[in-house]
Design a binder for this molecule. Sequence first.
Ligand code: ATP
Ligand code: MG
Length: 327
Amino acid sequence: MTTYLSGIQPSGFLHLGNYFGAIRQHVQASELPGEHFYFIADYHALTTVRDPELLRNYVREVAVTYLALGLDPQRACFFRQTDVPEVQEIAWMLGCQTGMGLLERAHSYKDKVANEIKPTVGLFYYPVLMAADILAYDATIVPVGKDQQQHVEMTKDMAGYFNNTYGPVFTVPEPKMALEEHFQTVPGTDGRKMSKSCGNAIWIFEEGKPLKKAIGKIPTDSRAPEEPKDPDQLVVFELLALFLAADELADWKHTVRTGGEGAPGYGHLKMRLVAAIDEYFAGARARRKELLEDPAELERVLLRGAEVARERARAVRDRAFLACGLR
Ligand code: ATP
Ligand code: MG
């Protein structure tokens, strides 16, 4: 049995990187045979979000985003992390087997601290909780963006430490990255990895003036349109590649590489990007607005998902309790 599982933090509004690196794969995978678990990692978001009203809003938005983008809660178990407290119990058992050195090597922790996020114990411990999230459901495949690959490798290590000490309790998962490389790490408006917590994100549902403003921030330089340029060095092309058909993308690249009269300037390329985003997400934007009108139904969907998830997590926790002598 293949069991897919992944999560997204409600640490901000979901962005194009979350969509192409994660949500899109989750929705596609949920059509495949097997079990599917997708969750809103609200415990994790507490590492960076300190405003309770904002956090509640982000959780609601993540829920609505998944459903608007096509996740079918009848096919996939969709739930909130905090509705399954057993993950915290599993995290503790894993943490007691995990060396400090493993966590000290985590890129994500170092990146966040470098971005001036407070280095709390929670932020440091994040990979242990994430390992518990994955192991609690006997997941075999974890579809994530490239930035999370290391955390899944760490999960495999943690499962290994526990299993070596106590016997085969946890199922060892494998990470799965989006098929095409340009979906694996989507750049933000400053050219670094797009992240909710780095102020460089383009919200999936941004539209109108704010969308133009966000796209306007993509770094360019003062070279004239006529000057030939290498399109593969331009952030705007990395983003265009997410949306345009291969032949259209190749045409744009060709004109930029050749330069001369009639070659598009940065403004022109950015306008094409705005139009492509508008077109791609038009249906989802409309569905999001409808879903936001019925918060009670949203809550019912999440609670139904949690019931299924919790039953599985409880069984795994009980297995671990028994193995390590807590029962
Ligand atoms: P935060 O800044 O709070 O860590 P984030 O934007 O990195 O937020 P996460 O919730 O950590 O988002 O990650 C959710 C999923 O989105 C993960 O599978 C992650 O790999 C993927 N993801 C995040 N950013 C990108 C990106 N720029 N390109 C591709 N995938 C991404
Ligand atoms: Mg992240």
